[in-house]
Design a protein. Structure first.
Length: 428
C-alpha cells in the first residue's frame, strides 16, 4: 500500500513511525516532513494546494492519504479527493469539510453537544454587533472567564482571565479589534470548569469506533502550569484517574452520542476524533473537539499501540472498523518536549543540534528541525524535538525522558521539568 502523510511535526513523526511498521505499507511519502523523518519515508514538499496534492497522489499511485493536522481537513481536502474521479478511490483518513466543523467552529461544536446532550460548560456565542450583550453575559459567570475565538487560531484562540475587567478588555480586542482575525468574528464565552484535563482519542469509520489510549498534555510554558499556552510541553499515557469507571462514563455520555450525532446529521466522518475533557469531581465534560490527533499526546499514544495501525486505517475506509482488534502496551509512555528559548513568543531558529545519536532506550520525534547541506540538524521551530520513553511506572518513564533529554544540546534549549508531577501526586 502506497501512503501519503501530510504534516511536519512530532505528531506526524510518531504517526509515520507507526505507519512504517505496518506489513501493509510498501511506500511512505511525507510532506512537508522534517529532518527526523528522512529515515522513515521519502520526504517531499508538495505544498498545501489541493490540486498539487492530488496530482502527486495520482503520479505516485497513492492508495491512502493520512492528514496529520487540522487546516487541510477544515478546508475540505477529504471532499476534494472524494469529488475528483482521479482520486475518489483513495482512502482519506480525515472527516469531510462539514464534519471538520467540530474543530473549525467552536460555536458549531457547542451547538452539536447541546443537541445531543453531551456534557459541556454553559456558554453563549456573540458576534461583533453583540459586544454589550456579551459583557452582560460575562457578569452572570463566576471568575475565571473563558473566551474562545470561534475559528482556528493556531492554538492561541482560547484565553482564560481572572477578572471581569480583563475579560471585557480581551472581548473588545477579539470582537472589535480583530485580535485573531476572522477566527474571532464570533467569540464563545463559557463557564470555567474546575478540574483536571484529559485527552481521549477515538478512531471511527462513521459507524464503528475504537477508543485509543488516553493521555494528559501540558500546555503552559512554565512549571506548575504557569505562563503562556504553547502547542504542548509534554504528555503522559495512561492517565491515572481515567480508570474503567471514568472511561465508561466517557464512552456512554460522550463518545456514543457523538458518533450517533454524526450519523443522524449525515456527516461523513472517517478518521480521528480528539475529545478534550475536564474531569470535574469524577464526571467528564467536553472542553473541545479536534478532528485529528493531539500533539504532544500522539508521541505518548502511538508507541503504546501494538496492533497494525494501517490495518485500522484500511478498515476505516471500508467502514469495517468493527473487524479490527486493538492491542495496547499497558506500560507508561511519557513525552518531554524540548523547545527554543523565547517560545511561544519570538525565538531564534537555525541552532545547531547535537547528542541525538547518544540517546538510548527512547524514541525521538522531531518537531521543528531541518538538515543543512552538510547533514547537520538545525532547529527550525518553537517546539524542536520530543523525547518519549516507556516505563513500568510513570516515574520510571519520566526519569528516562529527562536523562535522555540532557544528552540533546542546542543553544537556548528549554523544557519543563514537572511533567506528570500532578498525576504522581494523585497516585499517593
Amino acid at each position: 500500500m502506497r501512503i501519503l502523510l501530510l504534516g511536519s511535526g512530532a505528531r506526524e513523526h510518531a504517526m509515520a513511525s507507526k505507519i512504517k511498521q505496518s506489513r501493509l505499507c510498501s511506500q511512505l511519502y511525507i510532506s512537508p516532513a522534517n529532518a527526523g523523518m528522512r529515515e522513515i519515508g521519502e520526504c517531499v514538499s508538495i505544498g498545501s494546494d489541493f490540486e498539487s496534492i492530488k496530482d502527486f497522489a495520482c503520479k505516485k499511485e497513492i492508495d491512502m492519504l493520512v492528514v496529520g493536522n487540522e487546516q487541510p481537513l477544515v478546508d475540505g481536502i477529504a471532499d476534494s479527493f472524494a469529488n475528483d474521479e482521479r482520486t475518489a478511490h483513495i482512502n482519506v483518513i480525515g472527516p469531510s469539510k462539514q464534519a471538520a466543523m467540530l474543530e473549525g467552529s467552536k460555536d458549531f461544536a457547542k451547538e452539536f453537544m447541546s443537541r445531543y446532550s453531551i456534557p459541556t460548560a454553559r456558554y453563549q456565542t456573540f458576534g461583533k454587533q453583540d459586544l454589550e450583550e456579551a459583557k452582560q453575559f460575562l457578569k452572570t459567570l463566576n471568575p475565571p472567564y473563558v473566551l474562545k475565538a470561534d475559528g482556528l487560531a493556531a492554538g492561541k484562540g482560547v484565553v482564560i482571565l481572572p477578572s471581569i475587567q480583563e475579560a471585557e478588555r480581551e472581548l473588545e480586542a477579539m470582537l472589535s479589534q480583530a485580535k485573531f482575525g476572522h477566527a474571532g468574528d464570533k467569540v464563545v464565552i463559557e463557564e470555567f470548569l474546575d478540574g483536571i484535563e484529559c485527552s481521549v482519542f477515538v478512531l471511527t469509520d462513521g459507524k464503528h469506533y475504537i477508543v485509543l489510549p488516553e493521555a494528559k498534555d501540558y500546555k503552559r510554558i512554565g512549571e506548575q502550569d504557569t505562563g503562556l499556552n504553547t502547542g504542548g510541553m509534554g504528555s503522559v499515557s495512561p492517565v491515572v484517574f481515567a480508570d474503567q469507571d471514568f472511561m465508561q462514563k466517557v464512552e456512554r455520555r460522550i463518545i456514543r452520542p457523538t458518533i450517533e450525532g454524526l450519523q443522524k446529521e449525515n456527516l461523513d466522518y472517517r478518521g480521528f476524533i480528539f475529545i478534550g475533557l475536564m474531569n470535574v469531581s469524577g464526571d467528564p465534560y467536553v472542553i473541545e473537539y479536534n478532528v485529528r490527533m493531539g500533539d504532544p499526546e500522539t508521541e505518548s499514544v502511538m508507541p503504546r499501540i501494538e496492533s497494525d495501525l494501517v490495518e485500522a486505517f484500511d478498515l476505516v475506509g471500508k467502514r469495517e472498523l468493527d473487524k479490527y482488534s486493538l492491542k495496547i502496551n499497558h506500560d507508561y509512555c511519557t513525552t518531554v518536549m524540548l523547545v527554543s528559548k523565547g517560545y511561544p513568543e519570538s525565538y531564534e531558529k537555525g541552532k545547531l543540534m547535537s547528542g541525538m545519536s547518544d540517546c538510548t532506550d527512547c524514541m525521538l520525534f522531531h518537531a521543528g528541525t531541518k538538515a543543512d547541506e552538510n547533514g547537520n540538524i538545525l532547529t527550525a521551530g518553537g517546539r524542536v524535538i520530543a523525547v518519549s520513553c516507556f516505563g513500568k511506572t510513570m516515574q520510571e518513564a519520566l526519569a528516562k525522558c529527562y536523562a535522555q533529554a540532557e544528552k540533546i544540546q542546542f543553544e537556548g534549549k528549554t523544557l519543563r521539568r514537572d511533567i506528570g508531577k500532578d498525576l504522581i501526586q494523585l497516585q499517593k
